[in-house]
Design a protein around this ligand. Structure first.
Ligand SMILES: [Zn+2]
Length: 123
């Protein structure tokens, strides 16, 4: 079954509105608020397709389900809330410390992850 434009747009809209990386489960439940009959396999297909075309970027943290966000202008730090487990994008330039990779290693990426309590949990 083809992914319909309406479904595709609704999913991208959800990610735009959220302004933070979302898990598959979050994408499904938030998009269902717009399209109650949206199937979970449709969301899976959309995520796969968007990832292939780089319309979505996977965000992985150890011990966490993979999250997805829209491609950003540049690398940015992330923040994970220790209470609600949501992940947020932080403003600012991400500057990783200079690294001397061990011999034979090819470093292809790095992440800066802050953790703490988010504004909505801190009320
Ligand atoms: Zn929180």
């Amino acid at each position: 079954m083809m992914l319909q434009t309406k479904q595709r747009n609704a999913i991208l809209e959800v990610l735009q509105e959220a302004k933070r990386p979302l898990t598959r489960a979050e994408i499904l439940s938030l998009t269902r608020k717009k399209m109650p009959r949206l199937g979970s396999s449709t969301v899976d297909r959309a995520i796969k397709k968007f990832s292939e075309t780089f319309d979505l970027v996977g965000v992985d943290f150890p011990g966490q389900p993979r999250r997805y966000e829209l491609p950003a202008e540049g690398e940015h730090p992330h923040f994970i809330c220790r209470k609600c487990n949501r992940v947020y994008d932080l403003e600012g330039i991400m500057a990783l410390p200079p690294l001397q990779a061990p011999k034979g290693y090819i470093v292809m990426g790095g992440e800066i992850i802050y953790s703490g309590i988010c504004a909505s949990c801190n009320q």
